[in-house]
Write a protein that binds this ligand. Sequence first.
Ligand code: FES
Length: 360
Amino acid sequence: MSDTELAGRLRRTAEKNDDGVEFSPAAAPLAEKLLGAAQEILARYPAGRERSALLPLLHLVQTEDGFVTPAGVSFCAEILGINKAQVGAVATFYTMYKRRPTGDYLVSVCTNTLCNVLGGQEVYDQLTEHLGVGHNETTADGKITLEHAECLAACDYAPVVTVNYDFTVDQATPDSAVEMVDKLRNGEQPTPSRGARICSLKEMQFQLAGFADPREGAVGDGVAGAPTLRGVRLAQEHGIAVAGFNLDTPITTTKPAREEQPGKVATAVQAVKAAVGTVAEKAAEKAGQVGDRVNAGKKTEDPQIRTAELRNPTASEPAKPEANAGATTGVAGSAPAGDAKPAGDSPRTPDPTRGSEEEK
Ligand code: FES
């Protein structure tokens, strides 16, 4: 499917699905082109959960402009009934949503651990020098956007270079990467190391939005390649095997039932609780004994009364304040504020023996 065919398909779905949704002037031009496809995406989600369609919708808006434009943000927000800040938060989080115009081909060079030790950084540096652009920059002819990427999930073929997210140069060298981008800039179709023919970035965005990829070989279903199986072969050659490993062991889809046993943390928590309970019991017992002694057999179950009894065991008369109690109580002796303020925050009572500042 070429870009022209892609535009045709979008136009047809728009005609088919136009349901009269009103868009702002900012979003209307995009809605005219993308509404049909957007409705198709929304229909995949349960009623009330349509906002989960934001990720494919952002890919969809990139089919038009190659990046997430302000109009694209408005379109997503309006069709989902969310605000633009919510759309922006998602669009700026993921690196696959571009914030600046992109070229026809996005060339990604993996510079993550395994690719890096096998020369990924040299490949990236060579491309940077050859194309005259850095990370996330586009060549002046608008053909190539370059980026260095984190692990592209093909470490067995390291270092890897993708074009529009398709694996294009496996076990890349600086020379093989330069040869590939030169062909792209000359309008040629370089043969990728595996998979389908190289498509444009806008075409790829349509597939990332969840629409079928019509390219032959786009869906990989062959046997694993030699680099992927290298570890198995080496193990076989050297007679290395995992003890008890049986290739024919059936894969169960449900977890086998197992006896419920508390984990280490649960066991420790139980032990602590038991210890705390024992200490509390002993303390209560001790307090009871003291109370029994001082009250000569009088005992109450009310903990507040019991505390008072312990403070004033004879209970013959109210406890008298100590002579200098005010000097030692400090803020704790102040009246409670009564408005949830800490005690001591109450306004000070004016001292009648002292005149005001004005009187002086
Ligand atoms: S480290 Fe490069 S593909 Fe995994």
